[in-house]
Design a protein around this ligand. Structure first.
Ligand code: ADP
Length: 276
């Protein structure tokens, strides 16, 4: 049976300086190794939700709500243990660097963690290799491209062996090539290390390739389901501010012309193969 890595029960949240609830009684679970896209219009509460998951924010009514990360209940006692399990990659790579070189920057994540110098010298090149950045270890981060910067940011997270990676619009400032590179690295990590991925994204192709999609609208969880389940509901697509992926548009057009395409076909390549 798959293991539950995230469990959110009846969570609401209000920022102290405003009276408006920005998350309203949210409940869902995520299994280890899943890729869940978090979608919704700006201001729907996506970032707030991820901040609750790593304890940067605390839910409104802790007595009647709960967040479990890898079986640990979010609480003052557990918050540091929980943060060790979650790595976050943000939108703007330039705001994330602390080291003068790529290897210094990645090593920074290991400081204050009782890691010896010789262990550090072993771990840092290993993770740089995983993101294909070993040749750049002596480079100053500001001299890298946007995609390379995000790969270094991922390496900085991998040094502490996270269970969960949160992508907070991490590819939105990249060109398509950089975006695909980052997504394929994360996909590899998901497969090889069984890392769970939560990705706040507006990228329709990424959403289509996720295991499940969580739709937020004005602080309410409208639905969490497979891309097929989400894209089957027209009103949900509108409420989430999404457009139908190209392959689904094609399938709809073919259906109008009397050709029923199996639900298992999810990419343009699969559709072309099926039709040929
Ligand atoms: P999203 O990530 O979906 O764009 P956010 O979680 O950033 O949404 O924001 C949800 C709501 O909370 C918005 O109405 C936003 O204006 C409000 N908000 C976000 N951060 C703060 C804050 N620090 N103080 C007060 N309100 C905030």
């Amino acid at each position: 049976m798959s293991k539950e890595i995230i469990s959110v029960k009846n969570v609401s949240f209000t920022y102290r300086d405003s009276k408006k609830k920005v998350l309203n009684n949210i409940s869902f679970t995520v299994n280890k190794g899943e890729w869940v896209s978090i979608v919704g219009h700006n201001g729907s509460g996506k970032s707030t939700l991820t901040k609750l998951l790593n304890g940067l924010l605390i839910a409104d009514d802790p007595k009647n709500s709960a967040i479990y990360i890898d079986q640990l209940l979010m609480s003052e006692n557990n918050v540091w243990k929980i943060r060790d399990k979650i790595g976050i990659v943000f939108q703007n790579p330039d705001n994330q660097f602390v080291g003068a070189t790529v290897e210094d920057d990645v090593a920074f994540g290991l400081e204050n963690r009782n890691v010896t110098r010789s262990q550090m010298l072993k771990i840092v090149p290993e993770v740089l290799k995983e993101v294909d950045m070993l040749p750049y270890k002596k480079t100053e981060p500001q001299n890298l491209s946007g995609g390379q910067k995000q790969r270094v940011a991922i390496a900085g997270i991998l040094v502490v062996n996270p269970e969960i990676i949160i992508l907070d619009e991490a590819t939105s400032m990249l060109d398509p090539e950089g975006r695909n590179e980052i997504l394929s690295i994360i996909r590899q990590l998901q497969k090889e290390k069984d890392i769970t991925v939560l990705s706040i994204t507006h990228n329709i192709e990424e959403i289509n390739k996720s295991d499940r999609v969580l739709v937020l609208n004005r602080g309410n969880l409208l639905k969490i389901g497979t891309p097929d389940e989400i894209f089957a509901e027209k009103t949900l697509i509108e409420e989430a501010g999404l457009e139908l992926p190209f392959v689904y548009q094609l399938k709809e057009e073919l259906k109008r012309r009397g050709l029923q395409i199996p639900g298992s076909i999810k990419t343009e390549e699969e559709l072309v193969d099926y039709l040929c």
